[in-house]
Write a protein that binds this ligand. Structure first.
Ligand SMILES: [Zn+2]
Length: 306
């Protein structure tokens, strides 16, 4: 005996049961993309007036001063609550942030800038190339390998557009009272990738800090192809050499795992000088070496496949 399928009932079941499940999964997926799986992390003083206020992996840095503070990077668009809470937890007022800067104008580091700009009222400074990406919300022309084109075309790199108030050139210094940060344009991962250097006074010593822009090519970037963007290979090569020449005591970068935030943070209690674990010139040079080796490996592979 065969039963006939009642299509109106099937449709009703789909609407009542399946649609909400799909809705919940979609919302979860969106939240994951917008938050990038970031968890809150303990904010802390790295040295002097230089603080970590970022998430579990994606970094945000705060440099405080009597005439206002500077914030470098903002994390994912859906994770700015972590930065806001971290600043408050350290006892600072978010509205005292007067300048916001960026390392690379991509979704995971610039995504939260528009929201934090609203919360702080700060002025945003950017390199010319980063300014294009920030103001357009990461709207890029899909070029390069198919993988790279798919990533760009999918819109996963898009983020709320940022109002860029000022542009700087390579070597310019941004000042907020006694705080002075020098911009080094270190292109490769993005055209406008900016490495920041600044001195930090910690007790009676002055330490040179480098916040190095990522040295890793974006997935699917064609390193020997001028269509990706003209001079990409030369840009990376120039960046490795600029990075090596910078004076450094403390180094950080946009992903906390890369500079060993947690490992160094955990060691602080075990040393009389809580800044000592962060003084790491050898780790900085090793990071550049491994970045360059990785770049050469990817380039070799792409040239062999040609
Ligand atoms: Zn990143």
């Amino acid at each position: 005996m065969s039963r006939r399928i009642s299509w109106p009932i099937v449709a009703l079941v789909l609407v009542i049961i399946v649609a909400p499940i799909v809705g919940v999964l979609f919302t979860k997926w969106r939240t994951t993309i917008e938050r990038g799986g970031q968890q809150p992390a303990d904010p802390f003083r790295i040295a002097g007036n230089f603080y970590y206020v970022g998430a579990s992996d994606v970094a945000t840095f705060l440099i405080t001063g009597p005439e206002g503070h500077v914030l470098i990077d903002a994390g994912y668009p859906g994770a700015t609550d972590i930065v806001k809470q971290s600043i408050a937890q350290l006892g600072f007022k978010i509205t005292d942030v007067k300048v916001m800067l960026n390392s690379e104008a991509l979704h995971d580091h610039a995504g939260g800038m528009a929201d934090l700009q609203k919360a702080t009222g700060a002025q945003v400074w950017a390199s010319d190339a980063s300014a294009e990406s920030l103001t357009s919300g990461g709207d890029e022309e899909p070029t390069g390998t198919l993988l790279y084109k798919i990533i760009i075309a999918s819109g996963l790199q898009r983020f709320p557009p940022v109002r860029v108030d000022h542009r700087f050139k390579d070597g310019d210094t941004i000042r907020v009272g006694p705080i002075e940060l020098t911009a080094h344009i270190t292109p490769g991962r993005t055209k406008g990738c900016t490495t920041w250097t600044f001195p930090v006074r910690d007790g009676d010593r002055v330490l040179n800090v480098v916040d190095l822009c990522s040295l890793t090519p974006q997935p699917g970037m064609r390193l020997a192809d001028p269509q990706q963007y003209p001079g990409i290979r030369e840009d990376f090569e120039k960046t490795f050499s600029i990075a090596r020449d910078l004076p450094v005591d403390i180094w950080v970068t946009s992903h906390a795992r890369d500079f060993g935030r947690y490992r160094k943070y955990s060691k602080r209690g075990a040393t009389a000088d809580s800044v000592a674990p962060f003084i790491d010139r050898a780790g900085y040079l090793a990071y550049i070496d491994s970045g360059e080796a990785n770049f050469k490996r990817v380039l070799d592979e792409q040239q062999r496949k040609k």
